[in-house]
Design a binder for this molecule. Sequence first.
Ligand SMILES: [Zn+2]
Length: 298
Amino acid sequence: MKEDIVQKRTELSNVPERPEDHPMLVFLDFTNPDEIKPKLLAAERNRVSFYIREFPVYKSKGYSPLLPDEIQVVIEDPIEANNRVIGSISRRIDSGYDSYAQLSKTYRKEWEELLENKLWEVARVIMGPLSYTARTLVPTAWGMGGSNWGKGTTAYDDDEDLKKLFGDGIVFIRMNLVKDTEDDSLKRKRFLIHEFIGHAVTVDLRADTPIDENVPKCSHQPDKEWLADEITAQIMYRMGYYQNLCDVPRQQMSRKAQNTTKQSFYSENEELKYPGGIDLVIKEIVEKLKSKEVKSDK
Ligand SMILES: [Zn+2]
């Protein structure tokens, strides 16, 4: 009997409590490799296979997702590339387990600081009430720098095993991102907000629009990134991490989209046009993009 009670308590403590009023980012416990390695393998396998499949699309959009060397050399032959997936991923997870664990730990610290600094209170002022969704942060060796990989993205929706392991989805962060001179802690915080709040939390609002989360389905990638970057900039500025809104770094490419989508986010005096109404911002961006498309068709 006693053992039963102890066991139940342990199980309970492993399940993070679901917050009542905001989405949740979950971190893996790397202390047990036997439990974590199969999860990493399933996640990396899905991810690398996706990038093999969509490589031509990414290439045509000017992206170069990182792939294992064994796969990179046969990328023109997707069957052979997929044959090599499991071997190359297993080797990397075995040899690099500590760096997977380290990334998770480093980002967890940043996330906890953000939560302590009232992240969700600030996000709500800008975006409004946020419906519940959860993502697990999974370090990755490949692909693009960061990705929201969850419900509403094709690679995830089609993989039953992955859904069983990770529920609503994954936020991937690549381990070997190039370092720059900027404060790494600020960069990591920006990354987490961009991927989790900018992308994951707004997925449903953007489904089947020109700014759909799926890159292959998304006809206006820069606008999608601009939106995620601007949400991130607003949150970090209002949390006090930057003195001016314009000090928050944005992606180079997303600036191109500013002129078309900025009017949906800001009123003329640079105030939020729809404070607490991110759904309305997205609706207006989508309308603008669609009407532009119709015009250019003529
Ligand atoms: Zn992004």
